[in-house]
Ligand binder design. Structure first.
Ligand code: AHG
Ligand code: MN
Ligand code: MN
Length: 320
């Protein structure tokens, strides 16, 4: 007998409102996944002639997926306000609820037109009871009550945590039901696989340069083992592989103008994945500090990040 999402949620220690919120988020992801699957048929690929607040050219699907997440009926009585990578400011909802929701509607959007991996990342924070302001979203990652992502690959898969481990579900595309595939996702103790965009090598700071050089040196180098490298240009894809079979993901700050603070965004990408990775037994740092301890000072703040199997993250950290 398969275990479905609502029944599994009932086995977790969590308020009914949070369990319902996860079900509604899963539904939103199912809708986005369907839109992604049919995007070529419906002429929804390609770029728009507009940029988001990050100065990135938006794809049609970035905007459509964002709109699917904003539908107020999904969050009625559960969520007070939303914040998204694709919106300048927070989006208060007419009804109040216990939670704030932040999200990256389509992560890896450069992959859309090549039928590569994309997904949706989300994070849930507690809501204040009164009016919500931007400051209510500027909370350290350890304040998250839930985080997760859906990935629209050969299978549509949802992973999430409520702070009691990481749980994986796959969508039955015929029935629309989310089916449990792994109640407790755990990272291995060690790995021989790293993920970094090597094209920026000449701009890296010495600690990252040293780490990658030592990996590349293989069996006869200081790490005494051969490493493999993967880079999908989709954090959700790279982290899903890492949560499945191990590895380490590095998107560092570097010396380029505009990259002093890295590329990835704390609230929509890095904090939720850091929560998941820690809950799966791994570690997440910006090189010096634990990601989940960083208190953001702005909604769209970026950060350098190293996350994945603990042994590798410790190694990179020790070089800083
Ligand atoms: P998004 O599509 O939400 O803008 O995020 C893309 C991110 C992340 O998913 C990926 O790891 C990274 O950008 C890839 O960046 P490079 O193109 O610099 O490798
Ligand atoms: Mn992203
Ligand atoms: Mn995105």
């Amino acid at each position: 007998m398969p275990t479905y999402l609502p029944a599994f949620l009932d086995t977790l220690e969590a308020p009914a409102s949070l369990r319902q919120l996860i079900i509604n988020i899963a539904e939103a992801c199912r809708d986005i996944g369907q839109t992604v699957n049919n995007s070529a048929l419906n002429n929804l690929q390609g770029e728009l002639a507009q940029e988001n607040v990050q100065g990135e050219v938006q794809k049609q699907l970035d905007v459509i997926a964002n709109d699917l997440m904003l539908e107020p009926a999904r969050w009625d009585g559960l969520v007070s306000a939303l914040a998204s990578e694709e919106m300048d400011t927070i989006y208060p909802l007419p009804s109040k609820g216990d939670y704030l929701l932040t999200f990256d509607p389509i992560d890896g959007s450069s992959n859309i037109d090549v039928n590569g991996l994309v997904g949706t990342i989300f994070s849930v924070l507690p809501s204040p009871s009164g009016e919500v302001t931007e400051a209510d979203f500027l909370k350290a990652g350890q304040e998250q009550v839930a985080a997760g992502y859906a990935i629209y690959g050969p299978q549509t898969t949802l992973l999430f945590t409520l702070g009691q481990g990481v749980h994986a579900f796959t969508l039955n595309r015929d029935t629309g039901a989310w089916v449990l595939i792994n109640p407790s996702v755990r990272l291995p103790e060690s790995t021989a696989e790293f993920a970094i965009n090597m094209a920026y090598q000449r701009h890296w700071h010495p600690p990252v340069r040293r780490y990658v050089e030592e990996c590349l040196a293989g069996k006869t180098g200081p790490r005494a083992k051969d490493f493999n490298m993967r880079w999908l240009a989709s954090m959700v894809g790279d982290l899903h592989r890492i949560l499945t079979r191990g590895g380490v993901f590095v998107y560092p700050t570097d010396t380029r103008k505009g990259s002093e603070n890295g590329k990835l965004r704390l609230l929509y990408e890095v904090a939720p994945f850091s929560f998941l990775i820690e809950q799966a037994g791994g570690m997440a740092t910006d090189g010096r500090d634990r990601i989940l301890d960083i208190v953001p000072h702005s909604l769209h703040q970026r950060t350098g990040v190293v996350l994945g199997v603990r042994e590798e993250v410790e190694t990179v950290k020790s070089y800083h």
